[in-house]
Design a protein around this ligand. Structure first.
Ligand code: MG
Length: 374
């Protein structure tokens, strides 16, 4: 017999996030929210995972679950309670840990604590103390403000002995009381007060689009250097032409700033570097406008479900003088990246005569980028 089973609820529509599909299936950190959640439950003390899926998403979720061992998909129902009830009926384990698919940041230690609570007290409901004051409201008016010291925000996982929670569900369904938003409230009505287990503020539920955007950030850095020596009376930095005694030697237009920036963006996304995507052995990129390359990089990020939050760029150049072009470069990048100019930081400095930069032999650019969920 399977000893511990995790039930992951994925049968909702997730409409509040405003995506055109189930929010658990949109690109997220290189995979999907559901895959992140399933990975979290892939621990030795969980014997089986049951995922609930709506009819609409059933095939997509089944395909995705094939990547994991010991995962079974069951059809959900009209409400969350119906879906969990179906999963409980399909489960044979002694203990079940029921979890929202939309909480991908659950840590192994929290899952362990929840399981320990079930073994010690018969149940374990992860919850965190309310940091804000909670009010009971009706028709836009505050009716009462309960004492905050006794208020908790309920999370998942919520763990029970399967026999007990199944009995509670059977009773709820017998009395057609099936609109509970979590399992602890149903258990409390039909089985008795469940045991609280300290949750984790980082175990957030992704509900709105803002939750997705703020859920994580990834930073990346990129560096590039090009040498002077091309017979040309300008250089290109950030898509802006700047008069210069000579141009920068390069296969492309030599926009050393955009090259460093592209590497920062690709690096933040965990992708290969620009040499991989735009090899200098490829004639397509000969004298290429680096802005076109940047647009390709931005589409790669979009495919990963990522967007740029801000960039920070430091140029090291003894010559030419860049002071008069800083604003133009900032505006150029802000339009290329579709960012407010305040999210594009550029600084420029000399090397005080030291090294190849100081000797005026070339320009080096360091770029940093921060990405978030698109
Ligand atoms: Mg380069």
């Amino acid at each position: 017999m399977k000893n511990v089973c995790a039930i992951v609820c994925a049968a909702g529509k997730g409409q509040r996030a405003g995506f055109d599909k189930n929010k658990l299936l949109v690109p997220f950190q290189g995979s999907t929210v559901l895959e992140r959640t399933l990975s979290a439950f892939h621990v030795p003390f969980i014997d089986e995972i049951i995922v609930t899926a709506s009819l609409e998403d059933f095939d997509e979720i089944s395909a995705l679950c094939k990547k994991f061992k010991n995962v079974k998909v069951v059809l959900g129902g009209e409400t969350r309670s119906c879906s969990v009830y179906n999963a409980l009926k399909a489960c044979e384990a002694e203990i079940v840990l029921i979890h929202d698919g939309a909480r991908p940041f659950v840590k192994r230690s929290l899952i362990e604590n929840c399981l320990t609570s079930v073994k010690s007290y018969g149940s374990g409901i992860c919850a965190i103390p309310a940091a804000d004051t909670v009010a009971v409201c009706k028709n836009g008016k505050i009716l009462s403000v309960p004492d905050r010291s006794g208020m908790y925000l309920l999370q998942t996982p919520q763990g029970f002995y399967r026999e007990n929670i199944l009995t509670a569900y059977e009773r709820a369904f017998e009395s057609e009381n099936t609109s509970f938003t979590d399992d602890s409230s149903l258990f409390a009505v039909y089985c008795g007060a469940p045991k609280l287990c300290l949750g984790d503020p980082e175990n957030k539920k992704l509900t709105s689009r803002q939750d997705f955007e703020g859920a994580f950030a990834r930073c990346g850095m990129g560096v590039d250097t090009h040498a002077f020596g091309k017979e040309q009376n300008y250089i290109v930095l950030g898509g802006v032409k700047i008069p210069s005694e000579s141009g920068l030697i390069a296969h492309s237009d030599g926009d050393v700033l955009l090259h460093a920036l592209m590497d920062a963006l690709l690096s933040a996304a965990g992708l290969r570097d620009i040499g991989h995507y735009f090899p200098d052995t490829d004639a397509r990129w000969k004298n290429a406008d680096s802005r076109e390359m940047l647009r390709s990089v931005l589409s790669l990020l979009t495919e990963q479900g990522l967007k740029v939050k801000n960039v920070s760029i430091a140029i090291q150049a003894e010559k030419p003088r860049l002071a008069g072009y800083m604003e133009a470069m900032q505006n150029s990048l802000s339009s290329l990246l579709n960012l407010d100019p305040s999210a594009v930081g550029i600084s420029a400095g000399t090397n005080e005569g030291l090294g190849y930069v100081g000797e005026g032999k070339g320009i080096t650019v360091n770029a940093y980028a921060l990405l978030c969920q698109a």
